[in-house]
Design a protein around this ligand. Structure first.
Ligand code: PLP
Length: 223
């Protein structure tokens, strides 16, 4: 775990009013505990079972972010405690989160994942799907009483071409601002633009990210 880099990142985030999510996937609970001791409270995981295990072992005031692709049949395992689900990419998943949140008698915050990268393999909503989902959410709020759409999440293309990465982040941020204007009713909670990982967080911050998801830079390479 790199304490110096953590301090630097925290300072950069504070200067830009962004939240630092430490992505601890595949790393042992002892690594998380070290960063927790320094004051880090937001941690990101992308495997359900691993998140459930770590939640059971670690302090209860940790904010657990689920950042990976979430299967509908697994929502129930994280619904009781998850702080923010980053990668909602279908109406079916949103409906399942609503159902499980109601069952737990709580409200769950989520982000909609936007597809911007050129790679075919990356998950996420396209423009039309995003528009449709937001329209339904805003016209039938009673159907979503236990789920709050708090913003957008995106991953840029994995490329050395920083111009392309910048364009992709800028497009996400523009979309984010446009939704705020289009749906002023959401403005109270629609405030998160989750973008930027170890390799591209500088660009993401410059393009308006409010939440970084940083793994390898803090915890070292994953196997
Ligand atoms: C693993 C992961 C990260 C962190 O990636 P690093 O390059 O290690 O910082 C961020 N976001 C998502 C969705 C991830 O799966």
């Amino acid at each position: 775990m790199n304490e110096v880099l953590w301090h630097d990142l925290r300072q950069e985030c504070a200067a830009r009013n962004a939240t630092l999510v430490a992505v601890s996937k595949t790393k042992p609970a002892t690594d998380i505990a070290e960063l927790y001791a320094l004051g880090q409270r937001d941690f990101g995981e992308n495997y359900v079972q691993e998140l459930v295990d770590k939640h059971a072992q670690l302090p209860k005031d940790i904010h657990w972010h689920f950042i990976g692709h979430l299967q509908r049949n697994k929502v129930k395992y994280i619904a009781p405690f998850v702080h923010l689900i980053h990668a909602v990419d279908s109406m079916e998943l949103l409906e399942e989160i609503q159902k499980q949140a109601a069952r737990c008698q709580r409200s769950i915050d989520i982000l909609l994942q936007l597809h911007v990268a050129r790679e075919e393999t990356k998950y996420g909503l396209d423009q039309a799907e995003l528009a449709a989902l937001l329209s339904i959410y805003n016209t039938a709020p009673e159907r979503f009483a236990n789920v709050r759409i708090c913003g957008l999440m995106a991953m840029a293309s994995f490329t050395e071409d920083s111009r392309q990465v910048r364009d992709e982040f800028a497009a996400v941020h523009q979309q984010f601002e446009q939704i705020k204007m289009q749906y002023p009713g959401m403005s109270g909670h629609f405030s998160v633009c989750s973008m930027g990982m170890s390799g591209d967080y500088n660009i993401a911050l410059e393009e308006g990210s409010t939440m970084l998801r940083i793994g390898s830079m803090l915890f070292g390479k994953r196997n």
